[in-house]
Design a protein around this ligand. Sequence first.
Ligand code: AMP
Length: 213
Amino acid sequence: MNNIILLAPPAAGKGTIVKLLCEKYNYVSISTGDILREKAKNDSDLSELLKSGKLVPDDVVFNFLESKLNKLDNISYILDGFPRTKKQAIMYDEFLKSTNRSLGVVIYLDIDKDELIKRVTTRVICPNCKKIYSLRDEKFAPKEYMICDDCSSHLKYREDDKEDIFEKRYDEYLKNTLPLINYYKDKGVCILISDYDAKAIVSRISSLVNYND
Ligand code: AMP
């Protein structure tokens, strides 16, 4: 199966789409946001950086990612939240070349800023199993208010899911990540999806990458 890079603005619902794809196919999900949040539990500087909505330095993110990828042997994966800058994309290209792996497909989810703000203020996450819920969309709402369906933990808002922090994350996205669309378009591997419904997005990705259902 092709590896997938999922490029999208903050709060576009990448995590939900990745989860649906992993349930449907034999993918491993690699979220640099999840890796960094885990590392930040023992690193107060990193924790402050994440709370601010700013990007973590390229080398730091790449080192964490590289050690994760080196442990995967012949398993297809979905990159969620990486690359976020052109420098990261170039570092990743060099890594692929040196390890003889292929890039796969790049999916770009184009979602309107107003919709993102609605999503960011109603998104809650299970701190234990990381399942993501929406308090706005009943398809993705927990059965019991603020309780995880799968492990019964108390759901939480993400610390960077506040509207003012979202604005900073969105600015970072416009400045650093959006230019990557052209970087990947030039390589002929970038597919644009403008749908808002997670299940419709998953079925479109499935048809684009030609899996046998
Ligand atoms: P996410 O869970 O993908 O929304 O990421 C949460 C936060 O982690 C971001 O706002 C950044 O501070 C940091 N982060 C995640 N991935 C990256 C990356 N590839 N490069 C730099 N910072 C990142």
